[in-house]
Design a protein around this ligand. Sequence first.
Ligand code: TRP
Length: 341
Amino acid sequence: MYRRILSGMRTTGRLHLGHYVGALKNWIALENDYECFFLLADTQALSTHFDRVGVLEDSVRQVIIDWMSVGLDPEKSSFVLQSWLRELFELTAYFTFLVEMGALEKNPTLKAEIAAGGISSVNLGFMMYPVSQAADILLFGRKTQAYGDHLLVPVGEDQRPHIEFCRDVARRFNSQYGEVFVLPEAKIGEVPRLGDLSGGTKMGKSLGNAINLSDPPQVVFEKVRSGVTDPDKKRKGDPGNPDICPVFSYHKIFRAAGVDETASGCRSGALGCVECKRRLAESLNAELDPIRDRRCAIEQQPSTIREVVIHGTDRARAIAGETMDAVREVMSLKYHSLERE
Ligand code: TRP
């Protein structure tokens, strides 16, 4: 029996607060109780960055540093570089035959990503990334003889359709060829989605409004200062409505202890936006300080980053080999009669 975690992030740049509260905090909490595999999804990053491949290597490094700086421990968890696992490409290819085109065209997350822009042309690799994501997950989801195998996928709310889709692929595979895979379960974090400070729905790198985990204190202050507030509250003394204020939505998450006082001060007008933002930035910086310190220490030892990804991917490869062996066996692709004597 195993209790395993598989999750991942695209490596398209530095990570921001949205990744932290939406996923990473959740991962850290699970690290002690599960065998964890965290995927550096550089192949999936190609779905949007195939024309900017020059950024990928540094992004992989930065994501590794970000993960370690928030406290993930590469001794306990395996950091796995997606493009180094050839088995993923093979499993993806087999899965494509079990997927109907319509299922991808209807996928709400794909639709939202296309609608949000940033994707110049919808290429085939983009459309089928849920298939490769199903392979990412199920490569670690081979059912063993033991009863009670458990594969959890901790992700943000936006990824839920992909996990549903993955379960569907597993069911289809199992009924077509034989019971190889467990049905993985999504584990959605408590803070499902962090809006951005300009009032958008999701903190996006492309909009330049994200607060990165590696931003220095002054940059955090600046980004908070330029955040959008209730447009009817023009100066201190004006009553505001915290419920529509993007800055207040951050207070709820990062300054929870003072949230009632902030809300009532805003409503009465006693608390001005300048002071309110200053308090928020202070709290954010207090949370980010130890993360920045760890980042600094990790950057002093560049060889660690290399070792972490080599060892993590090696550990994953051992599991991948066993899964693919079982897959080829049930798919009758072993061709025993043609094997070398
Ligand atoms: N789609 C995820 C993201 O956008 C990254 C990812 C790739 C992933 N493979 C995964 C997440 C497998 C969970 C499981 O960040």
